[in-house]
Ligand binder design. Structure first.
Ligand code: ATP
Length: 232
């Protein structure tokens, strides 16, 4: 279980999260919904140490994670796919993927995961030798997700995977999210597209100006008048 308790966090002197509580049990898909600037990305950033916590705690299975580095988070099994995707544009699709598995060293399991991921993302198989920057937006998002999965993370944090993509590609990406979620891969999904997010999620939180204002089962959130009014 990944848990955030009374987390205050932000950048420099600026506090963005004002006492946030959130729990992501293993095997679940949890979504964090909210308007622009509410603090969704900052929540993910705080988990991997890209935003500083000034109070509260972040724990994975009861062991503190607070104010670590993204590298430490990854070693603990938490991978972030940032909104900007952060691919190495000049490097091939294949090399970007291999970089994702670097922490695991060279092993048969890594080679097998490489092949398995290309089955999950057939568009990437067709473009293995192409520089990442020549991919379409949707393909780049797929590559960013696949690269994160090469580390075989227990927790995958996804920041707005649908952003700026055509509806057909968004559907494709959400199908993939459905397929990779499960016992071995827990997902915390930040989304502007609440309807879509609540279709794949088990549980959801609504964040407003750095605080959780509403939470519940995905079905309950979909049915809630307040959530429908603001986000659906
Ligand atoms: P969006 O969908 O627009 O990304 P969000 O809910 O993810 O919204 P955050 O990105 O967490 O919101 O931003 C919350 C606040 O923190 C905003 O006021 C933003 O300007 C500020 N902020 C975000 N990143 C930084 C940063 N690196 N340095 C300083 N302030 C930041």
């Amino acid at each position: 279980m990944l848990s955030l308790r009374n987390v205050r966090a932000g950048y420099g002197g600026k506090e963005v999260l004002h006492g946030l509580n959130l729990a992501v049990p293993r095997g679940a898909v949890v979504t964090l919904l909210g308007a622009n600037g509410a603090g969704k990305s900052t929540t993910l950033n705080a988990i991997v140490g890209l935003a500083r916590c000034s109070d509260g705690s972040i724990e994975l299975d009861g062991v503190p994670l607070t104010n670590g580095t993204p590298d430490q988070a990854l070693r603990r099994g938490i991978a972030l796919v940032a909104e900007q995707r952060e691919l190495f544009g000049g490097m091939s699709v294949s090399d970007n993927l291999r970089l994702g598995g670097l922490l695991r060293g060279r092993s048969r399991a890594v080679a097998e995961d490489f092949e398995k991921l290309l089955d999950t993302f057939p568009r990437l198989r067709e473009r293995l030798a192409q520089p990442a920057r020549t991919l379409s937006g949707g393909e780049q998002q797929m590559l960013a997700i696949a690269r994160a999965l090469m580390a075989r993370p227990a927790y995958l944090l996804l920041d707005e995977p649908s952003l700026g993509l055509a509806p057909r590609i968004v559907d494709e990406i959400f199908d993939i999210i459905r397929r990779i979620s499960g016992e071995d891969t827990t997902i915390l999904l930040v989304e502007q597209n609440a309807m879509l997010a609540l279709e794949v999620a088990d549980y959801g939180y609504v964040i407003e100006t750095g605080e959780i204002t509403f939470e519940g089962d995905a079905d309950a959130l979909r049915g809630s008048a307040a959530v429908q009014e603001s986000y659906l």
